[in-house]
Design a protein. Sequence first.
Length: 94
Amino acid sequence: FVKKWGQERFEQAYGRHGITSIWGWGPESGILPCPIYLRHCVLAAEKAGPVAHASFLDDSYLVDRKTTIREYLRIKPEIMEMLPPPSLMQRYNG
């Protein structure tokens, strides 16, 4: 966020409320998105149109702050083939 929008914008939007990090996880944590939820988010962005879809893939990063969602899905293409569990099928199936 800061790299793209600047520290001043971050402070205005978040810092003034005592928020020092958007995620709260450091780059070294290695935390990864839940595959089924990530698939759901990609499908939702796709439905929002090509600009939103490209923005989600190229402007959203893993916790390492380097790997875009597009790059991550190139490494893990099986994520887009995963199906949600039956209890979430209707909600998370695009």
